[in-house]
Design a protein around this ligand. Structure first.
Ligand SMILES: *Cc1c(COP(=O)(O)O)cnc(C)c1O
Length: 396
């Protein structure tokens, strides 16, 4: 056991303490941590649906009619009418022919490549893609090409190198969660067409976030139906339960149903989760109010932070707003100070992000009020001045 103790010490030395903070309230804009109410700016709860009455109502309704669990994988006796209905709804929502549910998006990404690609094929992946994509790639025998983050020249070169392969599959996160930037989808779609490659995007951080109706990066760029495969999660903006899905053409979805190992060998998504997701999708279909509230919150936060003199990374319309702070220790200190001001945030440092680029990642939600956003900005300003990050502005 000394081996594991040493390994743990080694990780702690590099990454600092990794204690989980215990929350005793539902997930939301305000949560209770250590008996103290704090404002939460660290959740993927982009639309504030984790504890939304309509989502809970639908989850409860389905739990009454269809029970709590399935106790089976889909193909044995784990498929209910509601699973089929949700798969149809998600397909329509994403503008694809069909979709297939998984226990998580991690499983969806973990299982897909092995099904679709052989050693005659190539997979071409952005360097900063999510861990689940990287693991999925490890499990398949295709030739692997990794291009520099969002570098279209390198992507093009990889496509040329893979020209003799049977299938070329480009895969990219839609929103990159550490930098809050968007994959340049129009350019990638063009390259995919030109080189006759399949294109898969992972919309985990953009589903129910980007696009006027929240249909994702494809809607944001007016490219619904222009990608071949979408993977995404039910565990972030769509209510934050668990579960993931892949949406694609019929033949791809059908193949995954008989071949994807996490689908064949892991339990069905539980009925209340399916119900809650119906509730989330219904809210999104009925109105774009939540999505537009999210985006006015993002604009307010990013605008006020820039005015205060902070450097924020990422795309202006991204709900992930990384505040760049430099050294890891310093970023952690600022996070501690923010917690004293009732702002719950997490600092990210090396090796999660590059050395010297430690940051606090703020995640904005439609569930935040303007007052809560402003409180966060004011706390950043006070701490920034006290710590000498923000130089007092010259009077004009
Ligand atoms: C969160 C995330 C996942 C994993 O989603 P789960 O449903 O929680 O497993 C996969 N890909 C990306 C890009 C993510 O951000």
């Amino acid at each position: 056991m000394e081996i594991y103790k040493d390994a743990l010490e080694e990780i702690k030395k590099i990454e600092g303490k990794i204690a989980e903070r215990i929350i005793t309230s539902p997930q939301g804009a305000e949560i209770v941590v250590n008996k103290r109410p704090v404002l939460n700016f660290s959740a993927n709860n982009y639309l504030g649906l984790c504890n939304h009455p309509k989502v809970k109502e639908e989850a409860t309704k389905i739990m009454s009619s269809h029970g709590f669990g399935m106790g089976s994988v889909r193909f044995i006796c784990g498929t209910q009418d509601i699973h089929k209905k949700l798969e149809k709804e998600l397909a329509i929502w994403t503008g694809m022919e069909d979709s297939i549910l998984f226990s998580s998006c991690f499983d969806a990404n973990g299982g897909i490549f092995e099904c679709l690609l052989s050693d005659k094929d190539a997979i071409i992946s952005d360097q900063l893609n999510h861990a689940s994509i990287i693991d999925g790639m490890r499990l398949c025998k295709a030739k692997k090409f990794v291009y520099k983050h969002m570098d279209m020249e390198e992507l093009k070169k990889a496509l040329e190198k893979a020209e003799n392969c049977r299938i070329r599959l480009i895969v990219t996160d839609a929103v990159f969660s550490m930098d809050g930037d968007l994959a340049p989808l129009p350019e990638i779609v063009k390259l995919a067409k030109h080189y006759n490659a399949l294109l898969m995007i992972d919309e985990a951080h953009s589903t129910a976030v980007l696009g006027k109706r929240g249909r994702g990066l494809t809607e944001h760029y007016g490219l619904i139906g222009q990608v071949d495969i979408i993977s995404s999660t039910l565990g972030k903006a769509l209510g934050g339960g668990t579960g993931g899905f892949i949406a694609a053409k019929n033949e791809i979805v059908d193949l995954l149903r008989v071949k994807a190992r996490p689908y064949l060998f892991s339990n069905s998504v539980s009925p209340p989760i399916v119900g809650g997701t119906f509730g989330a999708l219904k809210l999104l279909r009925e109105s774009n109010q939540l999505v537009s509230k999210l985006h006015s919150n993002i604009k307010r936060f990013r605008g006020k932070m820039a005015d205060a003199g902070y450097k924020l990374l990422g795309n202006p319309c991204c709900a992930i707003c990384p505040v760049l702070l430099g050294e890891g220790k310093f970023a952690s200190e600022i996070a501690e100070e923010l917690l004293k001001e009732k702002i719950y945030v997490i600092a990210f440092s090396f090796p999660v992000v590059a050395k010297g680029k430690a940051r606090i990642r703020i995640q904005i939600s439609a569930g935040h009020s303007y007052d809560q956003i402003d409180h966060c900005v004011e706390a950043f300003k006070r701490i920034g001045k006290a710590k000498g990050i923000l130089k007092p502005k010259k009077n004009l």
